[in-house]
Design a protein around this ligand. Structure first.
Ligand code: HEC
Length: 172
């Protein structure tokens, strides 16, 4: 679908984002409109080498976490995972168990691609939750990578498991 021109634009966009990020990290005020340098979650995941996606926001940033919570509700994550991510019809997001890994990179890609596409990209289920099902691809629904990072900051802020396992057991 993306022609050469489209690809060039995407790459230019990626370059601009890197420049903008270097010049003014976290230029956008938390909770405000997304910065102009954002991409869709899918563009961001596709253009970043595996393992290198990192949340620019801290889960101790109250304004970010609050904005993330609102989006978590409005994008209907809560319908499956419960209002604070404690689970419901779907696995909890707040316990020690991470189905594919608990690092930022894996969580960003899981939510963006959904669990089926993620597995087709070489990830496998390593953890087992009580509830097993498919996580839908939300990369076309969540508008920007920035929105998704805020949502994930909210998810992290609600983590209640062992500190050792917050980013995947043994990982930091
Ligand atoms: C239709 C129900 C549904 C919706 C909506 C949904 N999820 Fe999920 N989610 C799941 C299921 C089912 C899994 C487990 C996938 C598996 O086991 O392969 C999951 C897994 C996850 C995980 C990994 C949990 C773990 O323990 O490793 C995260 C993080 C997550 N979802 C975040 C989100 C976010 C953020 C949203 C909203 C943008 C969202 N989900 C929307 C059903 C849903």
């Amino acid at each position: 679908m993306v022609g050469v021109a489209g690809l060039a634009v995407t790459m230019l966009h990626a370059g601009l984002h890197t420049l903008a990020a270097a010049a003014a990290p976290q230029a956008a005020a938390p909770g405000s409109q997304a910065p102009a340098s954002t991409m869709t979650p899918g563009q961001r995941a596709d253009s970043t080498p595996k393992g290198q996606l990192k949340n620019p926001y801290a889960d101790t940033d109250a304004a970010v976490v609050q904005a993330g919570q609102q989006m978590y509700m409005s994008y209907a994550c809560s319908g499956c995972h419960g209002g604070t991510g404690g689970g419901g019809m779907c696995p909890p997001l707040t316990n020690d168990v991470w189905v594919y890994g608990g690092d930022d990179d894996t969580l960003f890609r899981l939510v963006t691609y959904g669990s089926q596409d993620l597995q087709s990209k070489g990830y496998s289920r390593t953890g087992q939750e009580n509830v097993v099902g498919a996580m839908p691809a939300m990369g076309q629904i969540v508008k920007t990578d920035d929105d998704l990072w805020r949502i994930l900051a909210f998810v992290r802020a609600n983590y209640h498991g062992s500190p050792d396992c917050k980013f995947g057991c043994g990982a930091k």
